[in-house]
Design a protein around this ligand. Structure first.
Ligand code: CP
Length: 314
């Protein structure tokens, strides 16, 4: 393992975007873009993770994040080991720290953690010698999702500085919103949020974002709309009146898109509640880049793994 002072990020772990500096975000985006360009030219990918093992410790369900970390590690020549809560001795009462330290004793090189508790990745980072990548900790942060969002924005809009980005929906429970807001603001974007008052955190304005409750007013002039999943597993009773009402006032459909800039980009971290956050014609429409986000997710995670533990990075 490279000491963090010797890796190009100067970081041991990637735990969130809150404290990532602009040059660190730029290093990650540049690395991802360089990997993407080489893959598009069908050049072989350097096996910078040969002889490295990445542990995927996922205590919550995931399709995109888990699969893309696994593919990312394997495309760089690494080995992966998957552990879920159900497959591990956590089911028998072992603590997260004991589970992680037990795995670390088997000499892996990096651990990717998804966990329902906010702060869990930070705890493991303190307890382990190997790097930890936060793949989503409760409602706190999901840094690699934010970074792949930035990669996709750069690809389609060619800039982040001054870009007007509206995040719509369940901001209060969204680790994606939090990580997106920190990263976008660090890179100079102008961020707004829109949702029902019950789903907007009281600190939204303190985060330096403009707050809207009326979607029709919020969308005009935005370059990008990021719709968020309604997180039914984290919602308290009564936070949205009904699915029908939520979709009527905060769902993105083609009528609403008609009020937006012609070149507005529609994003969603997935999984989409179809017909709730996005109508099917918008989710699958020409302005949606949801599947581009997924494809970029593999490459962005390759970049993170390489930068943290890869060999001989050029
Ligand atoms: N965006 C995201 O984190 O999706 P998964 O839950 O499928 O990983």
């Amino acid at each position: 393992m490279l000491p963090s002072s010797l890796n190009p990020l100067g970081l041991k772990s990637v735990l969130g975007t809150e404290f990532l500096k602009k040059d660190q975000i730029q290093t990650i985006l540049d690395r991802a873009q360089s990997l993407k360009s080489r893959m598009e030219r069908s050049e072989p990918v350097e096996q910078t993770l040969k002889d490295k093992t990445v542990i995927l410790l996922f205590f919550e369900p995931s399709t995109r994040t888990r699969a893309s970390f696994e593919l990312a590690a394997k495309r760089l020549g690494g080995t992966t080991l998957n552990l879920s809560k159900q497959m591990s001795s956590a089911e028998k009462g072992e603590t997260l720290v004991d589970t992680a330290r037990t795995i670390e004793a088997m000499a892996p090189d990096l651990l990717v953690l998804r966990h329902p508790s906010a702060g869990s990745a930070h705890v493991l980072d303190q307890k382990l010698k190997i790097p930890v990548v936060n793949a989503g900790d409760g409602f706190h942060e999901h840094p690699t999702q934010a970074l792949l969002d930035l990669m996709t924005l750069l690809e389609f809009k060619k800039r982040l500085e001054g870009l007007r980005v509206l995040i719509v929906g369940d901001i209060a429970h969204s680790r994606v919103a939090r990580s997106d807001i920190y990263a976008l603001k660090t890179m100079g974007a102008r961020v707004s949020v829109c949702g029902p008052p019950t789903l907007l955190p009281p600190f939204a304005e303190r985060m330096g974002v403009e707050v809207f409750h009326h979607l029709e007013r919020a969308v005009s002039d935005q370059d990008v709309i990021i719709a968020l999943r309604i997180q039914f597993e984290r919602l308290g009773a009564g936070q949205i009146p009904s699915r029908g009402e939520y979709s009527k006032y905060y769902g993105i459909n083609s009528t609403l898109l008609g009020r937006c800039r012609e070149d507005v980009l529609v994003m969603h971290p997935g999984p989409v509640n179809r017909g709730l956050e996005l109508s099917p014609e918008v989710a699958d429409g020409s302005q949606s880049v949801i599947l581009n986000q997924v494809s970029n997710g593999v490459i962005l995670r390759m970049a993170i793994l390489e930068l943290l533990v890869g060999d001989k990075i050029r």
